[in-house]
Write a protein that binds this ligand. Structure first.
Ligand SMILES: *Cc1c(COP(=O)(O)O)cnc(C)c1O
Length: 367
């Protein structure tokens, strides 16, 4: 199946990626008493969407030294109540779609793909987002295409398209106040965001989110009203423009990734193993290290952009908050361990070659 035509990304546009997922689940008729399987080593957006339908999130562990769902553990966690499986292509690395599909098909459970980290990676020559009944994308800070805040859903099944269309008709536009706030945030971040300012902007962003002055990513308490909102119209127009530029964004990301892969040689870092069946366009480039906290604190001082996500199995929830999203400590030990060992590097368009040199030197100096 060829890559989706760009206009297909704008049939169903939502306030956030998690709203797209919530709408997909609701259009599938999923609700109270149902279970939805998803991987741990994810962000709060995903279980929040499941909880917004009153279904129960059931966490599946990830592959050893990998970032995506472990098909064997999925098999263990499926019950009579499982109504959907969400496949996440973490960092843009395609999940083992074939094996997961085999498990889900055996029980007739529909697949939904979380493509928030990539629009373009392929598995067996097919673009991610073409394997399940439906897929969802996010366009907030840190994602491959940024419009401020926003998400969309794509559909591969004619009957489901109609169900989602009906569901979509019930949604509202965000208020003028929130729409302009998102636009202003977007413009400011465009103006300021460079890898060397990463740490300072991150601190500022967290501070302003706590004050509630800006649209943050993580509202500790589920705001159910947000799950009834579409993408603001001006963001949708910007998205249409940006979709035209996906291939140039991808080319740049591939070239930066290539430099990280060939030039970071310190044995303190393990590069991700990539299957021959996949072409990967990363949202950020992950490295596995036992020196995570040391690397992060040195990176802050050296003004090198190193992100910590996912810092917990349900990022960014700390252990005492896990029960809020029905995650029980120990349920997914591999995900818990990976969250303590992962760092990620930027591949976005403001990363210059000179900056890559600095980042590579910084990491190679760690021993
Ligand atoms: C960002 C992200 C989402 C969706 O985030 P929104 O803030 O709701 O747009 C979903 N899944 C993953 C893995 C993400 O990183």
């Amino acid at each position: 199946m060829p890559r989706l035509a760009y206009h297909e990304f704008t049939n169903f546009t939502y306030f956030r990626g998690r709203v797209a997922l919530s709408s997909i689940l609701k259009a599938m008729g999923i609700g109270k008493g149902d279970e939805v399987a998803l991987q741990a080593f994810t962000c709060i957006a995903v279980p929040e969407a499941v909880l917004s339908t009153e279904a129960k999130p059931v966490y599946v562990d990830i592959e050893h030294d990998g970032f995506n769902m472990e098909p064997g553990d999925l098999l263990e966690k499926i019950t009579r109540k499982t109504r959907a499986v969400i496949i996440q292509h973490t960092y843009g690395i395609p999940a083992d779609v074939e094996a997961i599909k085999e498990v889900a098909d055996k029980y007739g459970i529909p697949l939904i793909e979380d493509c928030c980290h990539t629009l373009s990676s392929t598995f067996d020559g097919r673009t991610v987002g073409s394997f399940g009944v439906a897929s969802f994308y996010s366009f907030e800070w840190g994602k491959p295409l940024v419009v401020g805040v926003g998400g969309c859903a794509t559909v591969n099944d004619k009957d489901f398209f109609e169900a989602l269309e009906q569901q979509y008709g019930d949604l509202d536009a965000p208020s003028a106040f929130r729409s302009s706030r998102i636009k202003i945030q977007y413009l400011i971040s465009r103006l300021l965001y460079r890898p060397v300012f990463y740490w300072r902007l991150r601190d500022l962003f967290h501070f302003l989110s706590l004050l509630g002055v800006i649209e943050g990513n993580y509202n500790p308490d589920l705001d159910i009203g947000d799950f009834a909102l579409k993408m603001p119209l001006d963001r949708k127009r910007l998205l249409i423009k940006k979709l035209d530029r996906v291939s140039s964004r991808d080319q740049r990301a591939l070239s930066i990734t290539d430099q990280y892969r060939t030039r970071i040689l310190s044995d303190r870092f393990k590069h991700p193993e990539l299957s021959e069946d996949c072409d990967v366009v990363f949202v950020r480039y992950p490295l596995i290290t036992d020196l995570k906290s040391e690397v992060l604190s040195r990176a802050r001082k050296a003004r090198i952009e190193v992100a910590d996500w996912f810092a917990t199995p349900i990022h960014p929830l700390e252990e005492n908050e896990w029960t809020k999203v029905r995650y029980e400590k120990g349920a997914c030990p591999v995900a818990e361990k990976m969250a303590r060992r992962i760092i990620t590097l930027p591949v976005h368009e403001t990363v210059t070659d000179r900056y890559v040199d600095r980042a590579v030197d910084f990491l190679n100096d760690i021993n």
